[in-house]
Design a protein around this ligand. Structure first.
Ligand code: FMN
Length: 187
């Protein structure tokens, strides 16, 4: 089972990175082949909106997103992790999401080559874990429309300093359980 973690926080070794890495570590311990990608360290440009990819399935921009397209096609499961920035995903995460357009045909069927399980992982400064619930549901609906197989959303709330997540034993345990479950969901 191949699992990739795509993480969109600009902060190095912050809470979002720790959350995604915890899920990946647990999945790895349970037999998954895992890889971690930190978007801020990659060369991923914005979508040009040219729609060439709609016909060809290939993006005209030759940057690290070409690798990510290959990695997504090779994967059984994907984690997309982002901090909440201004009630939304970070800019790096949104840029990555826009560049997923090549997988969508003009009739909105998918070019994904099989089942792609998708887990969403968020961190937020707000201590109320339900504060952005409707937004996270909206993203689940979006990715479901894009033919990803939604496995759920994990949220770490009240994370401000970069090590705050380490004080949240329950969230870390939940992340480990989710990592294990992702592996078993792949049979
Ligand atoms: C530019 C910016 C905007 C933010 N906007 C929000 C927000 O709208 N709601 C919220 O709860 N936290 C917000 N935060 C806090 C982050 O979501 C939170 O600290 C997160 O855990 C940071 O992730 P990191 O540790 O991986 O960098 C914001 C932080 C920054 C830097």
């Amino acid at each position: 089972m191949k699992l990739i973690g795509v993480e969109g926080s600009p902060r190095k070794n912050g809470n979002t990175e720790k959350l995604v890495q915890t899920i990946l570590e647990s999945a790895s311990e349970n037999g998954a082949d895992t890889k971690f990608y930190k978007l801020i360290e990659m060369n991923i440009s914005h979508c040009l909106g040219c729609f060439n990819c709609r016909e060809t399935g290939t993006c005209v921009t030759n940057d690290d997103m070409q690798l990510m397209h290959q990695e997504i096609q090779a994967s059984d499961a994907i984690i997309i992790g982002s901090p909440v920035y201004m009630w939304q995903v970070s800019g790096q995460t949104k840029r990555f999401m826009d560049r997923l357009v090549p997988f969508i045909r003009p009739d909105f069927t998918t070019r994904l080559n099989g089942k792609k399980r998708l887990l969403l992982a968020f961190t937020q400064g707000n201590p109320d874990e339900n504060a952005f619930k409707s937004y996270f549901e909206y993203l689940e609906n979006l990715f479901s429309f894009l033919h990803y197989d939604i496995q759920g959303t994990i949220v770490a709330s009240g994370t401000r300093d970069k090590n705050d997540l380490l004080q949240q034993a329950d969230t870390l345990e939940k992340a480990r359980e989710i990592g294990k479950k992702l592996v078993t969901s792949c049979g």
